[in-house]
Design a binder for this molecule. Structure first.
Ligand SMILES: Nc1ncnc2c1ncn2[C@@H]1O[C@H](COP(=O)(O)OP(=O)(O)OP(=O)(O)O)[C@@H](O)[C@H]1O
Ligand SMILES: [Mg+2]
Length: 364
């Protein structure tokens, strides 16, 4: 049996018109790092709080280490949690906030000091050790909340957007610290975020939710390469995948602005004869501008005028109208184009996805 198991878990808050979480099924292995992602309000925190025991489970079963947890008190579930609103004890210093839980657990004083010193050091909080929360910035408070959780030797860590208030640089370094910590401690971790970069870089597997329903569970690259539907395809990856309303005539794709593109038989045949009600999806990096690709994929060649550019340093995003919508191509820093330039580009046909317009399910 897996280490944590959620079986058809539902949550309906009292007086709510509908479920906040519906039929959530998931098996988590010991030591796995799982990320829950999805837009605001999709039920990530609710699910995490049900696992922690801070919210009742309306229906379904939750098992941790083979034991049914539905009625078990939070303190008896063997978990440490970092909350989204990181409520700290206002009258306690950073050090006291971090050590409080250990004192309650009757850990010997020398052990507590060792743990707290370690946490304060890796979280970069040495300067603030004797300050109270009201005299800390949001990011510093968030790190204290993280410290409170990591000093406990819990088998399960639940973290609800623990890095959301940190600046970009600190986020990257804390991301690495949490990953390192996870490898060292070997604790099973569920990490909630709406930042898909965090999910992609940290998690063994990602759970994508929408409106309280799990859309797809998989390894980061599985979700990126093989999204099950348009929602997942659009959620994972930045810039977002380009989507076009299209129809098919023979081997020709017709876009809504009248443009056409010839695709190989091997791609068209996968549609199984479906010719209308289709959405074509392609990621920005699979739209190519360099000479070699223009030659290899010449059947798909198109042209457009650049309307906007985003220079990122290592790569550039080019914006142009094509196929009835704004398209974003992601090109290397060596392919310099300016607003107003006319460019030629091709689609790498093997990287094209098709979705059913009605169900939004991925056809391949
Ligand atoms: N105590 C509550 N009573 C009623 N409805 C609630 C309660 N808490 C959350 N909800 C609703 O349940 C849904 C899921 O909320 P939840 O906090 O789990 O979302 P989330 O995915 O964590 O979002 P965010 O990214 O904004 O934190 C939302 O529609 C929210 O309004
Ligand atoms: Mg939340």
């Amino acid at each position: 049996m897996s280490f944590i198991e959620l079986k058809k878990i539902c949550k309906k808050y009292p007086n709510a018109a509908k479920n906040s979480v519906t039929d959530f099924n998931l098996e988590i292995n010991e030591k796995e790092f799982i990320a829950f992602v999805g837009p605001s309000g999709c039920g990530k925190s609710t699910t995490l709080r049900m696992i922690a025991g801070f919210e009742d489970i309306t229906s379904g079963e939750l098992y941790i280490d083979g034991k049914l947890m539905n009625e078990v008190k939070p303190c008896d579930r063997g978990i440490a949690m970092v909350f989204q609103n990181y409520a700290l004890y206002p009258h306690m210093t950073v050090e006291k906030n971090i050590s409080y839980g250990l004192k309650n657990m009757k850990v010997p004083a020398d052990k507590i000091k060792e743990k707290v010193d370690w946490a304060i050091d890796i979280l970069g909080l040495s300067e603030y050790r004797y300050r109270k929360p009201k005299n800390l910035s949001g990011g510093q408070r968030q790190r204290v909340a993280l410290g409170r959780a990591i000093v406990k030797d819990s088998k399960v860590f639940l973290m609800d957007e623990p890095l959301s208030n940190l600046d970009a640089k600190l986020r990257v370094s804390m991301r690495n610290e949490i990953s390192k910590l996870h490898r060292e401690l070997g604790s099973t971790t569920i990490y909630v975020t709406h930042d898909q970069v965090e999910a992609m870089t940290m998690a063994d597997r990602i759970v994508i939710m929408k409106d309280g329903v799990v859309q797809q569970v998989g390894k980061p690259m599985e979700l990126y390469e093989h999204p099950v539907n348009k929602f997942v395809a659009g959620f994972i990856g930045s810039p977002q995948m380009n989507f076009y309303d299209v129809s098919i005539d023979g081997n020709i794709v017709k876009f809504s602005d009248g443009k056409t593109m010839k695709l190989p038989e091997s791609v068209i045949s996968k549609l199984g004869g479906k010719t209308s009600g289709l959405i074509l999806g392609i990621r920005g990096e699979d739209i190519k501008l360099e000479a070699q690709s223009l030659d290899v994929y010449k059947d798909t060649k198109q042209s457009a005028v650049i309307e906007n550019t985003e220079v990122m340093g290592n790569e550039n995003n080019l914006y142009f109208t094509f196929g009835g919508t704004v398209t974003i191509a992601r090109v290397s820093k060596y392919e310099i184009s300016r607003v107003g330039d006319t460019i030629e580009f091709v689609f790498n046909p093997s990287r094209i996805h098709f979705f059913d317009k009605e169900t939004e399910n991925c056809l391949f």
